[in-house]
Design a protein around this ligand. Structure first.
Ligand SMILES: [Zn+2]
Length: 371
């Protein structure tokens, strides 16, 4: 049976009809049948009132299994201090299901319908919470070091997932290539943290530095590491890791040449501005990336480096780094159509149009061009 929902304004993120004033969404079996002006609809309908509907939001980068670390780690003192705090917390404490449940429920209440989540040992629990809370999710099983790909068995990992690598300073290049190849051969998305830390480029260029010393002292650099003599982004490209199905997360320390590489590759560039600020790694080049037409996505990162998993707060943070006249479409694209495309979800999520899942976020009447 078809249900109808009326709202004062619908921002569809469908380029064919981006905005409908006094619109109506017809739904059958959890799928959208049509999005039409109210005057063209007929039959009984639920009037949602003076609100704006947008597609359910997609968080392109989180680590739900760090949800117990809210407010626990040192802030604003740089990556090395933060990471040492993280290692200690990982040693001493384990996340509870309740922490993940609360994080997912709060994300859902703020309009998020799908999370691309990086997981380690808690993959099964995270999946189970996502399912119980009715949240869509793609799990990136994170690899580091130099051991080959684990023997992934589909049976013990229900739901969509694929391998990802932590970062090129912690993962052997052969393993990174193998993981990306695995994803490519199965048509699955891939993810890595890239150019997040000041000092990453110096390390890869063979200039040493504080970050290189930090990694050596903690035995994080993969055995046999040899600087490739190029920037982090150029190295990722050289290894064949960047294409339209890769989420390159952070991309804070990029120059013009790096931005060119990222844009030409078509990779989704996932900015996490509040995490960058909290840890103290610098400001993402959001304006330069946007100006060159990069496929920008947005992630909250984890509660170990953010106050919450609210994508509206993340949008406000990224907006502060972008030109004031940025179109609303471009902002919403970062949390809807762009991540949907990179994650391979374009047939399901990202816009309000016929055939897609009937999931939307409801915005209050005072919502303007400034989310
Ligand atoms: Zn992360």
């Amino acid at each position: 049976m078809t249900s109808a929902y009326r709202a004062a304004r619908i921002l569809t993120m469908n380029p064919g009809c981006p905005e409908i004033v006094d619109g109506c969404i017809l739904v059958d079996g959890g799928r959208i049948v049509a999005v039409v002006p109210w005057k063209d609809a007929s039959g009984p309908c639920r009037d949602l009132g003076d609100v704006t509907l947008v597609p359910g939001l997609i968080n392109a980068h989180a680590h739900l299994e760090l949800s117990h670390m809210s407010g626990m780690l040192p802030a604003g003192r740089g990556f090395e201090v933060w990471a040492d705090g993280l290692f200690a917390a990982l040693r001493d404490q384990r996340v509870c299901r309740g922490d993940v449940e609360r994080a997912v429920a709060a994300a859902r209440n703020s309009g998020t319908c799908f999370v691309a989540d990086v997981v380690g040992r808690e993959a099964a629990m995270v999946r189970s919470v996502l399912e119980a809370e009715g949240m869509g999710g793609h799990l990136f099983r994170e690899l580091s070091g130099r051991r080959g790909l684990p023997d992934f068995s589909a049976a013990d990992r229900p739901g969509p997932w694929s391998p990802s690598v932590h970062a090129l300073y912690s993962t052997a290049p052969a393993l990174a290539r193998e993981a990306k190849g695995w994803c490519v051969s199965r048509g699955l998305p891939f993810s890595l943290h890239l150019a997040e830390v000041p000092g990453e480029n110096e390390l890869f260029l063979g200039r040493g530095g504080e970050f290189a010393e930090f990694l050596r002292a903690r035995r994080i650099l993969p055995k046999g590491f040899a600087p490739p003599g190029m920037s982090a982004v150029a190295y990722a490209s050289e290894l064949g890791l960047l294409d339209g199905r890769t989420l390159a997360v952070h991309c804070v320390h990029v120059d013009e040449a790096d931005i060119g590489i990222l844009v030409r590759s078509g990779a989704g560039i996932c900015l996490c501005p509040r995490s960058n600020e909290r840890i103290g790694v610098g400001e993402a080049s959001a304006a330069a990336l946007h100006a060159t037409g990069a496929t920008l996505c947005l992630g909250t990162d984890s509660l170990a480096s953010n106050d919450d998993l609210d994508l509206w707060a993340e949008l406000r943070a990224v907006r502060a780094l972008l030109p004031t006249d940025i179109p609303l479409w471009d902002l919403l694209a970062m949390v809807t159509i762009h991540p949907a495309k990179v994650l391979g979800l374009a047939g399901e999520y990202g816009s309000l149009e016929a055939g897609k899942r009937a999931v939307w976020a409801v915005l209050p009447p005072d919502f303007t061009e400034h989310p």
